[in-house]
Design a protein around this ligand. Structure first.
Ligand SMILES: Cc1cc2nc3c(=O)[nH]c(=O)nc-3n(C[C@H](O)[C@H](O)[C@H](O)COP(=O)(O)OP(=O)(O)OC[C@H]3O[C@@H](n4cnc5c(N)ncnc54)[C@H](O)[C@@H]3O)c2cc1C
Length: 386
């Protein structure tokens, strides 16, 4: 669907109204107790926002990613934590593009109605990290399906999902012509797998992201749950990654605008030495600079989203959008902290929570260095550095 600015305004207004009903204290309490925003996510689902990218024929809103970006940006802008539910939007993309007709008919309408939550995406492993093709989790072919053995780390929202897409090796790397070959993607039904071949161990972390360690101990996955072709799972995962990067970049834009707005209001109100602190250039300039950075990053996000929606290749734009937006949100968070002085450390102001949350995006879903390597190699033609 092409971008409709009027519809976007309407959607943004509705998202803002929903967020206002919860307020920032809701998020602060969840963060303190490391709890999941069950009620908020249920309302987001019921209102249809998390189904933005699911085609209408399966019960979704059938919108483009540019609209989905607006929804996530609005959440961040209003002090909410989209990390709790953003994956319900994009993990389904792998299913939509690579699932069989049967898989799509079985899962997509239930994902759209909220009956099934597909919020987990299991790629990262403790020993191999960013070097994805070297992952060691292995799915061995057995009668009627596969037995998965291995370990994952930092897999988000597993305890708040019914389904998870997992990447595992199905052919040893030394038997493949290309290292991206021999990996396969599977849909894991968490309701039957947990404590039945799959052990889930939550990780206590700096932010309330519900990430877990996963231990696969001969977990049986039926043949029907293979997503895409055998040994071609890297493509299934890669396709979903561009959507993930664009959407997360939009969240960063929301965070940046949240910080800039908060800091600007405070700089006008707070008086020290008999005048508003915002009258000092030392306070103004970091805010002005990060405002310019955010506007530029936002244009990059729109460009990546428009290309994605037009079905054009957008890997480089998606990566640059994520890089620039994550840098803008981090710079804006830093400027907001500095503007608030000592009060920025008080939980009451919510800044420190957002500051911790937005820091993640320099590291996940892909770290800044890996994006820079990608740009250097693909766009500048420089030698591969790793
Ligand atoms: C809260 C949270 C939630 C997450 N959720 C998920 C999830 O749901 N699913 C999932 O699969 N993963 C998830 N992740 C994992 C995340 O995607 C990884 O942490 C990230 O991709 C980086 O991998 P790593 O931590 O293994 O770092 P490493 O790969 O060990 O890298 C460590 C550092 O070294 C740098 N580095 C490594 N190699 C190079 C190189 N060649 N050149 C330059 N620098 C290099 C990296 O940039 C990084 O800064 C999550 C992580 C966190 C913290």
């Amino acid at each position: 669907m092409s971008y409709d600015a009027e519809l976007m305004q309407e959607i943004r207004r509705s998202v803002a109204v929903l967020c206002a009903r919860y307020g920032e204290t809701y998020w602060q309490k969840l963060d303190e107790n490391q709890e999941y925003p069950t009620q908020f996510v249920a309302e987001m689902t019921e209102a249809g926002f998390l189904t933005a990218l699911i085609p209408e024929e399966y019960g979704g809103m059938g919108l483009g990613i540019r609209h989905a970006c607006g929804i996530l940006e609005e959440l961040s802008l209003n002090g909410a934590h989209p990390g709790a539910c953003h994956a319900q939007m994009y993990v389904m993309g792998s299913l939509l593009r690579h699932g069989s007709v049967q898989q799509k008919q079985e899962y997509l309408p239930k994902i759209a109605s909220g009956e099934l939550r597909l919020q987990s995406f299991g790629v990262t492993e403790p020993t191999t990290g960013s070097d994805t093709t070297k992952l060691r989790t292995f799915a061995a072919k057995v009668d009627g399906g596969f037995n998965i053995k291995g370990q994952k780390v930092w897999i988000s929202r597993v305890q708040h999902s019914d389904l998870m897409v997992v990447l595992a090796r199905t052919t040893p790397i030394d038997e493949c012509n290309k290292k991206t070959h021999g990996l396969s993607a599977f849909i894991v039904d968490l309701n039957v797998s947990v404590d039945n071949g799959l052990t889930v161990k939550p990780i206590k972390a700096m932010i309330n992201h519900h990430a877990c360690e996963l231990f696969f101990d001969d977990l049986f996955v039926p043949e029907a749950n293979l997503l895409g072709r055998l040994d071609e799972g890297f493509k299934v995962i890669l396709d979903g990654m561009n959507a993930e990067r664009i959407l997360i970049a939009a969240e960063c834009i929301g965070d940046a605008r949240y910080f800039i707005d908060k800091a600007t209001r405070y700089a006008k109100e707070r008086e020290v030495f008999g005048r508003p602190i915002g009258a000092n250039q030392g306070v103004q300039f970091p805010l002005a600079k990060t405002f310019a950075q955010t506007q530029a990053a936002s244009l990059m996000v729109d460009d990546a989203a428009d290309r994605f929606d037009a079905g054009e290749s957008c890997g480089i734009q998606a990566n640059m959008a994520k890089l620039l937006a994550a840098e803008a949100s981090w710079a804006a968070g830093d400027a907001c902290m500095q503007t608030h002085g000592g009060f920025s450390f008080s939980r009451e102001y919510h800044i420190e929570r957002k500051f911790r949350e937005t820091r993640l995006y320099q590291i996940a879903p892909i770290s800044t260095n890996l994006i820079l390597s990608y740009i250097a190699e693909r766009e500048l033609g420089l030698p591969r550095s790793y």
